[in-house]
Design a protein around this ligand. Structure first.
Ligand SMILES: NC(=O)C1=CN([C@@H]2O[C@H](COP(=O)(O)OP(=O)(O)OC[C@H]3O[C@@H](n4cnc5c(N)ncnc54)[C@H](O)[C@@H]3O)[C@@H](O)[C@H]2O)[C@@H](O)CC1
Ligand SMILES: Nc1ncnc2c1ncn2[C@@H]1O[C@H](COP(=O)(O)OP(=O)(O)O)[C@@H](O)[C@H]1O
Ligand SMILES: [K+]
Length: 511
């Protein structure tokens, strides 16, 4: 699913109005009705007090439509107008008049702190103060109103975007943004919902289709893509009946050092479980018995030390995953440097491999095109330097990717795969995956996909998705805390099966 910029969203709005020959007021009615439907569906007429806070722009206009529909359906509604400006939008004003016709009480005007209502824990708040039109800092009393709403324990539903959150930069004051329980967003998700600094405000997201012009949405370049099942299914390459293990490539996982052989075990298992035809673990001597015992399906090549001092293969691997548990001593750096100079196979670099690249940036010149690098935040910082905020981090990563023609997977809650200007935001995974070795599994999965002939970009995007999906399955079985990296490996198969699972349709006879 595409993610558009604010400007592209506004253009989509215009394209819809023009192509359908409807007014912006009608589009607002349609959009806000979708929010009402969702609420009504959940509340089923429950007489809970609902406080609707409306700004004076089109987000406020949506709020007024929601208030009117709630009133019409007998809910206990109180509407507030947050008067932060005299520039009320035309559609806001039209809906203000319509609300007055049906409201049991007139909207309450808020102009300062003295006007703030008391909010009780069990009440519901609809937040329609600011939408994607927020473009400057809040005046102090509006910031205080947002803090007042946050302080209450009310269940808060934000319309389109939590108020106070810019669609394209981080907030001026992190405390002056609504922490919403559910954000009902129009047509497409917003980029800020998936970044660590801003995603915290939009806990659950409901995307409602408001019928924006499909052709426009398809043609718009967007600024990112949200990767779910629909996006990865077309990437899947099925296996042929007359295939043999040679068809699916030979993955080589290079890494490990004394006390860190487990990382290679996990990655090698993951490559095999992802479908690699053959797998070889290239480890120091101390890892020989460990890998042979833990992964009997794999072959093992050893170097004669506790750390790798030479990486020398007498065949060309279909794919290489390198860096896990590697250590960063001088002889290993030299070995990696020599290997990278001569390597022409598709490659994933992780962990200490990244740390070595960060310390010796000259090595970046030797990378094969579209090398995949999978840093966690600390490794990324070593690689691209400090960033000011999440947007700066993305821009710096884009720069880096362009400069070195590499694919960077920024790992985290919503891992983002960056290739030049393209951003692919993953939508699987859970906090249970914040556990030792989980990244090694990802390296193995991506290597396994590369070995089967997936292009580097597809291997990265699909691999990150499968990894998260396997983690979700693992968490489903054990709960977040008990997930360990081995459980993610064990569920790679289920993650593949999940791709083809149809949503069950309720049986009419039994319902
Ligand atoms: N794009 C779409 O598909 C649709 C958008 N609609 C709604 O329209 C919203 C956008 O509406 P608007 O563009 O009117 O903007 P908002 O309602 O988000 O903001 C209100 C106005 O306040 C001004 N403003 C911005 N920051 C301010 C600040 N700190 N202090 C005081 N004033 C400030 C802006 O100039 C803006 O005109 C969307 O978020 C959505 O809720 C829907 O009504 C219909 C469909
Ligand atoms: N909160 C989270 N939600 C979803 N995925 C997560 C979360 N925390 C970590 N992960 C995933 O787990 C992996 C952790 O990788 P990494 O930090 O390199 O682990 P290790 O070095 O122990 O192998 C990454 O793929 C990351 O995206
Ligand atoms: K809002």
């Amino acid at each position: 699913m595409k993610i558009l910029s604010v400007q592209q969203m506004r253009m989509a709005d215009e394209a819809t109005i023009t192509s359908e020959k409807i007014s912006s007021l009608e589009l607002m009615e349609r959009a806000a009705t979708k929010v009402f439907d969702l609420l009504h569906n959940r509340l089923q007429g429950t007489p809970i007090p609902i406080h609707v806070f409306c700004g004076i722009g089109n987000n406020g206009g949506d709020g007024l439509v929601i208030s009117r529909l709630l009133e019409k359906h007998g809910y206990h509604v109180r509407t507030y107008i947050v008067n932060f400006s005299d520039n009320r939008s035309k559609d806001f004003l039209a809906n203000y008049d319509r609300l007055k016709d049906v409201a049991s009480e007139w909207p309450v005007q808020l102009k300062s702190k003295q006007d703030f209502p008391t909010l009780l824990d069990q009440d519901i708040v609809i937040d329609a103060i600011f939408g994607i039109g927020l473009n400057r800092p809040l005046v102090p009393w509006v910031a205080t109103l947002i803090k007042h709403i946050n302080k209450s324990k009310c269940f808060t539903v934000s319309v389109d975007i939590p108020s106070g959150l810019y669609a394209d930069k981080i907030p001026d004051d992190p405390e002056s943004v609504i922490y919403s329980d559910v954000t009902v967003t129009f047509q497409l998700p917003k980029l800020v919902f998936f970044l660590p600094q801003t995603g915290i405000y939009a806990r659950d997201i409901e995307i409602v289709d408001i019928g924006l012009n499909r052709e426009f949405l398809q043609q718009s370049p967007g600024i990112a893509e949200l990767i779910g099942k629909n996006e990865v299914l077309p990437l899947y390459r099925s296996r042929f009946k007359y295939s043999h293990k040679g068809t699916y490539g030979h993955s080589v996982l290079v890494g490990g050092s004394y006390g860190k052989i487990g990382s290679v075990v996990l990655a090698t298992k993951a490559a095999l479980k992802t479908g690699s035809g053959l797998a070889t673990a290239y480890v120091p001597e101390c890892g020989y018995a460990i890998v042979q015992t833990a992964v009997p399906e794999a072959m093992v090549i050893t170097d004669d030390d506790d750390e790798l001092s030479e990486i020398d293969l007498d065949f060309k691997p279909s794919a290489v995953g390198i860096g896990i548990g590697l250590g960063t001593n001088e002889k290993t750096i030299k070995a990696l440097s020599n290997f990278l100079k001569n390597n022409t196979s598709p490659i994933v670099i992780d962990a200490d491999g990244i740390n070595i690249l960060a310390k010796h940036p000259k090595l970046l010149e030797n990378l094969t095109t579209q090398t995949i690098i999978t840093p966690h935040p600390k490794e990324l910082e070593r690689l691209i330097g400090r960033w000011k905020d999440d947007f700066d981090k993305l821009n710096k990563t884009i720069e880096f990717s362009k400069r070195h023609d590499c694919i960077v997977v920024i790992k985290g809650a919503n891992s983002i795969t960056v290739y030049k200007d393209q951003l692919y935001i993953n939508n699987t995974g859970n906090p249970g995956m914040a556990t030792a070795g989980s990244g090694d599994v990802l390296t193995g999965i991506i290597t396994g996909l590369l070995s089967q002939g997936y292009s580097p970009l597809h291997a990265a995007v699909f691999g990150v998705y499968l990894h998260g999906s396997a983690g979700d399955e693992a968490a489903h079985q054990t709960g977040f805390e008990a997930v360990v990296a081995g459980d993610i490996v064990a569920n790679i198969g289920t993650a593949f099966l999940e791709l083809f699972k149809q949503r069950s349709i309720p049986d009419k006879k039994s319902s």
